[in-house]
Design a protein. Structure first.
Length: 172
């Protein structure tokens, strides 16, 4: 049993109190949860149901449950992060006490797959032909939401697998 007079020294905050670069900025620069509902209509119910069974369902669930308050909580956590040198966990200072959040806990909560990659898997896939079919430029900057919305208009007759790829791209 430890004495209550013993003080434990925790790692310092990643940023000094009130000095985080995220302190007075919005986290939500380009993501609007309300726009996710447009995907259901544009992709079709069959694709929507498959997306809800995928690892990206967490985003759909946020939209359907209207979790707009989550951004405030995440912002609070990011501005109260402790300086820890462990890639598999993060620590936050909440009400003067540290809280550890591991990658395993994150995987359990979100149902996302955090298993190690198989070194034999090939992730080098050329999507240029598919992007041309979607009439989207093949730039390194990523794709704009407005470009992806145009794809929803003319992809309604595409095979389920292609519409599923469009849906994944939109959610990401």
């Amino acid at each position: 049993m430890t004495s209550s007079s013993t003080s434990i020294i925790y790692p310092p905050l990643l940023y000094e109190e009130g000095k985080s670069p995220l302190q007075h900025r919005s986290m939500n620069h380009n993501c609007f949860v309300s726009k996710i509902g447009i995907l259901k209509e544009g992709l079709g119910v069959d694709v929507w149901d498959k997306l809800k069974e995928s690892s990206l369902a967490v985003f759909i669930n946020f939209a359907e449950l209207e979790y707009t308050w989550v951004a405030q909580r995440v912002h609070f956590l990011l501005t109260h992060k402790l300086r820890i040198n462990n890639f598999h966990e993060v620590w936050y200072l909440i009400d003067g006490r540290p809280i550890r959040f591991s990658l395993n806990e994150f995987a359990e909560i979100t149902s996302l797959n955090f298993d190690a990659f198989d070194p034999l898997d090939n992730f080098d896939v050329d999507h240029h032909d598919f992007l041309k079919e979607m009439k989207i430029p093949t730039t390194m900057d990523g794709h704009m939401w407005s470009e992806l919305l145009k794809v929803l208009d003319f992809s309604k007759t595409w095979h389920v697998d292609k519409r599923l790829m469009v849906g994944r791209l939109c959610l990401l």
